[in-house]
Design a protein around this ligand. Structure first.
Ligand SMILES: Nc1ncnc2c1ncn2[C@@H]1O[C@H](COP(=O)(O)OP(=O)(O)OP(=O)(O)O)[C@@H](O)[C@H]1O
Length: 290
């Protein structure tokens, strides 16, 4: 069964002149990891809100087409049913907080959906271990570092055990070390928790290492949706859309196009391997000539 299935979908915000999303068709498989990129105001957040059911629940406008989450029409699900299936993390973790201690913050959602005390304790323990926030439980969530706040926001979402997690620019307000910690957590979500992960992120260099597929949204339409390797084959097209293609991929693409191999690596360590081979070959050739 598909995790997300969107068919002929369009959305126009009330009073907006144009549709924010136009004729969207999209399928996301269970346990896939999707990187969503695109220019500002292209419709990325709107698309995430559609998958999470925030649109049409909290917005008025024109809603056309079908949006299904694991086979069910999202517009027909109750807020609790949606919360159980889809979790969402925002750029600003504080926008999610509404409790006076980290522990309350994490248990709040679980109590709301009526989980028992033992289940809440087990889940609390698990998510604190995953996000490394055990020593923060007594503290107010507001007086912490940006990275800690984001890990708390993620912990409270993971505690709900959704099948899909959407993260909308989760590292945009964080320092480099905290960013790395969030990327490590993203890996765990895919490999250990087996979630379907959809992340809007500008840091393509790090996304390339973990995403199965990339989705480019531009002017309200899906311009490109492909496996990561395929996505980065047409560098000229991506340049024309101002996608910041990592330098390693650009270099290997230039060299690769000259040598015409069947497929090109895109992950950092794979690129290093290929370049090392090319350099070694060159060195041994120079040696032969001497
Ligand atoms: N609540 C709203 N009411 C009316 N128009 C909106 C609303 N929210 C977003 N829009 C418009 O919808 C379009 C898509 O916006 P959206 O926030 O989805 O883009 P985005 O790609 O996430 O942008 P960014 O990268 O800047 O966050 C924009 O033209 C925006 O102005």
């Amino acid at each position: 069964m598909k995790a997300v299935e969107i068919k002929n979908f369009s959305w126009k915000y009330d009073k907006a002149r144009d549709y924010a999303l136009k004729d969207i068709n999209l399928e996301i498989n269970d346990n896939e990891f999707i990187g969503v990129i695109g220019p500002n105001e292209s419709g990325k957040t709107t698309l995430m809100n559609v998958i999470k059911g925030i649109i049409p629940q909290n917005f008025t406008g024109i809603y056309k087409g079908d949006v299904k989450i694991y086979g069910d029409d999202v517009a027909g699900l109750s807020p609790i049913e949606i919360t159980r299936r889809v979790g969402m993390v925002f750029a600003d973790p504080e926008s999610q907080f509404n409790s006076m201690s980290v522990e309350e913050e994490i248990t709040f959602g679980m109590e709301n959906i009526g989980l028992g005390i033992d289940e809440i304790a087990t889940r609390l323990n698990n998510v604190c271990r995953l996000t490394d926030i055990q020593n923060l439980l007594e503290k107010p969530p507001y007086n912490l570092s940006g990275g800690q706040k984001q890990r708390i926001a993620i912990a409270s979402i993971l505690a709900m055990q959704p099948k899909i997690i959407i993260l909308d620019e989760p590292t945009s307000m964080l320092d480099p070390i905290s960013k790395d910690m969030i990327f490590d957590l993203l890996k765990i979500m895919k490999t250990e928790l087996k979630l379907t992960v959809i992340v809007v992120e500008h840091n393509i260099e790090q996304l390339v290492e973990i995403c199965d597929k990339f989705l480019l949204v531009n002017k309200g339409v899906i311009e490109k949706y492909d496996n990561t390797e395929e996505f980065f084959t047409n560098i000229d097209f991506l340049d024309s859309r101002n996608v910041r293609v990592p330098s390693g991929i650009k270099i290997i693409n230039k060299i690769g196009n000259l040598n015409k191999p069947k497929s090109l690596p895109i992950k950092f360590e794979e690129i290093v391997k290929v370049l090392t081979k090319i350099l070694d070959k060159n060195r041994s050739k120079q040696y032969e000539y001497k």
